[in-house]
Design a protein around this ligand. Structure first.
Ligand code: DON
Length: 570
């Protein structure tokens, strides 16, 4: 009897708690605040890379110099995604308010063909675009860093490579995560290479092991001495071309000669009075983010509450519409006429969102067998930097899968990307992120594959407000979206905005992805009652962000619980 009374009281308590109004922005008190810098801040995915950036800033370098130092240091300490064998995007805001964006995305080699990943029956052979030489696009990172330096650098180029060369030559100590990632890729390293890589360790890597990379140190020294030509010409270029010839890849010296990083007009929009500056095509990130934010303005998320079933439902409804557009209309603007104006037209989006109901989910029109929950890995990397002048740079860069196509260029010590998998190998067939595509993102020689990378800068009242970005494949756009909502709508500190549980939806497959164990039971039930199916992943994204506080100081927000991310300011 007593037990019955106790359980009834418990049930009543649970019921009353579930009836509480959602926590609104007005009730918010910060749980955590990230490191504060009075004058400058660097946030990157590994403490040693962050410190390389801070060192350059302290020596009088600007944010762009620091970005170059961080980029090359990441190649050494985070070979999962830090790279010279891959590519990426940078969004820039100078202290005077001028903005720019730099595209150093990989390109399909001239020898690439539309159906190169199909078998004789016309079916996609997934491994071909994911592991081994044929998966690699022409790398863009060194050209990108060189271009960044040409336009904005203030310290000598050679100085910016010093921290990376020192780390590679003298070695550094592996973190637990680094050891774990190396161990996971052992078989793939052996399959993809004709020689034994330093990354192969039959006994298994453990935290505290040392990684000395002398070949990589030599490669970085060529780049230090010869600028972009140190990679695209001479010894390193020869090593890449030879690796391709021996392994059946496509990249030639002509491809390397033809590679160019491109300055593009950033994609810009307004969200609740804030100016959002993000990456244009060939990333889908900026356009998709602005479409989501246009939709978000229809709702009052500060009232519906952070991560309540109502808010997650509404975000999901926006996301499935935006990802359907992404699959159909986005691709390399140099090859395909991306209808940017239409996609960002408020009337167009108004019409798209008018069918959203608060009480019922909309089914994605055609449910395909997207493989979102069995993604091989999540390793891209993002860094955010603000310098003492107030210049800001937001960079997302990747090899695509962790350690890219797992091919190391023999003698040169770096991995090549498997970015070719970001093309749509066949219309409607999902890539490793479960993303489907169409003609707009079909493979063509020299074309850039569509990306989701969304390096973003936010202004408030005409001043720098936030620098944000993350890895996560298809989930990048929705993670960046949530980081902005968490700060602007839910009033969170930067660290809380980053720590908060993330959710994701992308049209196909017709599910909501949530981080395991992160949503309360009543929120899950609420979503299921609206018709949603939830699937779970260990984590979504690894953000590195910066927020300008009302007093002008900087708060770094880094995913220290989801990775080795680390922010440091001064
Ligand atoms: O460009 C893209 O969208 C993908 N290549 C990014 C890959 C990625 O984020 C991997 N996981 N974190």
């Amino acid at each position: 009897m007593k037990r019955n009374l106790a359980s009834s009281l418990l049930a009543l308590l649970v019921f009353l708690l579930s009836c509480q109004p959602p926590r609104s922005a007005a009730d918010y008190t910060p749980k955590a605040i990230g490191p504060i810098g009075d004058s400058a801040m660097v946030a990157a995915t590994h403490p040693l890379a962050t410190r390389a950036g801070v060192k350059i800033l302290r020596e009088g370098g600007n944010a762009f110099d620091a970005a170059i130092a961080v980029h090359f240091a990441l190649q050494v300490v985070f070979p999962e995604a830090g790279n010279i064998g891959g590519g990426g995007f940078a969004v820039i805001r100078e202290s005077d308010g001028s903005i720019a964006s730099l595209d150093f995305r990989e390109k399909a080699p001239a020898g690439a063909a539309r159906d190169m990943y199909l078998d004789e029956n016309g079916d996609v052979v997934q491994e071909r675009s994911r592991i081994g030489h044929l998966a690699a696009g022409v790398p863009g990172s060194v050209a990108g860093m060189w271009e960044l330096h040409q336009k904005y650098g203030s310290l000598p180029w050679a100085d910016l490579l010093k921290p990376a060369i020192k780390l590679a030559y003298e070695g550094h100590v592996l973190t637990e995560l680094a050891a774990h990632n190396l161990n996971r890729a052992q078989e793939a390293f052996k399959t993809a290479n004709r020689f034994v890589l330093w990354t192969v360790n039959e006994e298994g890597w453990v935290e505290g092991d040392s990684s000395i990379q002398r070949e990589l140190a030599a490669t970085l020294s060529f780049i230090q001495n010869n600028g972009r030509d140190g990679f695209y010409k001479g010894i390193v270029a020869d090593q890449i071309v030879k690796e391709m010839q021996l392994g059946g890849g496509l990249i030639t010296q002509e491809d390397l000669d033809a590679y160019e990083a491109i300055w593009r007009e950033p994609t810009v929009g307004i969200y609740r009075g804030h100016r959002i500056i993000s990456m244009p095509p060939p990333s889908s990130g900026g356009i998709a983010l602005l479409q989501l934010l246009q939709g978000a303005e229809r709702f009052d998320f500060s009232k519906t509450g952070h991560n309540t079933s109502e808010t997650i439902h509404l975000m999901t409804e926006l996301e499935r519409r935006v990802y359907a557009d992404r699959a159909t209309y986005l691709g390399d603007p140099d090859y395909y006429d991306v209808p940017v104006n239409m996609l960002l037209d408020p009337e167009y989006n108004e019409e798209r969102y008018s069918s959203i109901s608060r009480n019922k989910k909309t089914n994605s029109t055609e449910i395909k067998e997207g493989k979102v929950d069995i993604i091989e890995s999540v390793e891209t990397t993002h860094y955010s930097i603000v310098d003492v002048e107030g210049n800001a740079v937001s960079v997302t860069t990747t090899l695509n899968g962790y350690f890219g196509c797992k091919v190391m260029v023999r003698g040169a010590g770096f991995f090549l990307n498997n970015e070719m998998d970001d093309f749509s190998a066949k219309p409607g067939v999902p890539n490793q992120f479960g993303l489907v595509g169409a003609e707009s993102n079909a493979i063509a020689p020299g074309k850039r594959m569509l990306s989701s990378m969304t390096p973003t800068i936010v202004e408030k009242n005409g001043r720098l407000f936030m620098v944000t970005g993350t890895p996560g494949g298809a989930t990048i756009i929705t993670s960046v979206f949530q980081s902005i909502l968490n700060v602007i709508d839910h009033g969170m500190s930067m660290q809380d905005a980053v720590d908060a549980p993330r959710v994701h939806s992308q049209w196909l497959p017709d599910v909501i992805v949530s981080e395991e164990g992160s949503l309360p039971g009543d929120v899950i039930t609420g979503l299921e009652e609206l018709g949603h199916e939830l699937v779970y992943r260990t984590q979504l994204g690894k953000m590195n962000t910066i927020l300008v506080r009302p007093d002008g100081t900087y708060e770094g927000g880094s995913d220290r619980n989801r990775g080795d991310c680390y922010a440091e300011g001064f």
